[in-house]
Design a binder for this molecule. Structure first.
Ligand SMILES: Nc1ncnc2c1ncn2[C@@H]1O[C@H](COP(=O)(O)OP(=O)(O)OP(=O)(O)O)[C@@H](O)[C@H]1O
Length: 244
């Protein structure tokens, strides 16, 4: 599994014995902008959580840069869905972005000048410098998303995994996030992103995984982003008969 930034082999996850993703073999190419698309309940977030080792598979495994070990996740900056974060936690914008540096230091070493400069630069990239001292509970949804992106940038990871980063944000923030993603990809970083807007897939991503519990299709956008594949994912699995 070494040639991929992220890979899974025969990966299945179930909640209360009900399988939600089934025998997934995935290879996310290093340096790609890969979208995961599929209907509500297709298992997109579950796949990401399994890769992040936040849920335990019933079979199979996932690897980051060829390693199935949890320590390989240090290479990954993870941006969870907005709803999964406790925004009432008392922390400033700057505190949250600085957390992106802890992976390099361990929890008990204080951030130094260089870490602070990296965090400030990340805030500047996401155009959030002016909110640096604000409590995260006092931000709008789009501003929170920018802060989470800034934290991921401060992490300076090689791989970014983002669960619906464009959910509920305005067009300016969307453009900023996509431009930042494209810039980082040009520097060799890898992106795996859960994405909902089918219209923007070809513009934002160069590879796509179409998922509906199983892999419907995966590969370069120009090969697999077809009406047949989209229909197969969105319109042909209306019941639970996919598993025999
Ligand atoms: N913690 C959980 N316990 C039980 N069932 C769960 C849990 N999390 C998700 N599920 C179920 O697993 C299935 C897949 O959910 P998941 O969140 O992975 O889908 P998704 O493709 O990300 O959906 P959406 O587009 O709606 O965000 C759904 O049927 C969901 O109800």
């Amino acid at each position: 599994m070494t040639e991929y930034a992220i890979s899974t082999k025969n990966l299945s996850v179930a909640y209360s014995d009900k399988p939600v993703i089934w025998k997934l073999d995935i290879g996310v190419e290093t340096g790609s902008r890969t979208a995961i698309v599929g209907p509500n309940g297709a298992g997109k977030s579950t796949l990401i959580k399994a890769i992040m080792k936040l849920v335990k598979p019933v079979s199979g495994e996932s690897a980051v840069l060829g390693s199935t070990h949890k320590s390989a996740l240090k290479e990954v900056a993870y941006v969870p869905q907005k709803g999964e974060v406790n925004w009432d936690f008392p922390a400033t914008v700057f505190d949250v972005v600085l957390m992106g540096r802890y992976v390099h230091k361990g929890l008990f070493k204080r951030p130094n000048k260089k870490d602070k400069k990296i965090a400030l630069d990340a805030l500047e990239t996401m155009k959030m410098s002016q909110f640096k001292d604000r409590q995260i509970s006092e931000l709008s949804g789009g501003q929170r998303q920018r802060v989470f992106l800034a934290r991921a940038i401060a992490h300076d990871a090689n791989i970014y995994i983002m669960d619906e980063p464009l959910q509920g944000i305005d067009i300016t923030t969307e453009k900023l996030i996509i431009d930042t993603m494209k810039k980082l990809q040009a520097e060799g970083k890898t992106f795996l992103v859960v994405h909902h807007n089918l219209n923007t897939v070809p513009d934002y991503f160069n590879r796509v995984i179409i998922l509906n519990k199983e892999i419907i299709a995966a590969g370069p956008v120009e090969d697999v982003w077809t009406e047949d594949n989209i229909n197969a994912a969105y319109y042909e699995k209306s019941d639970e008969s996919w598993i025999s």
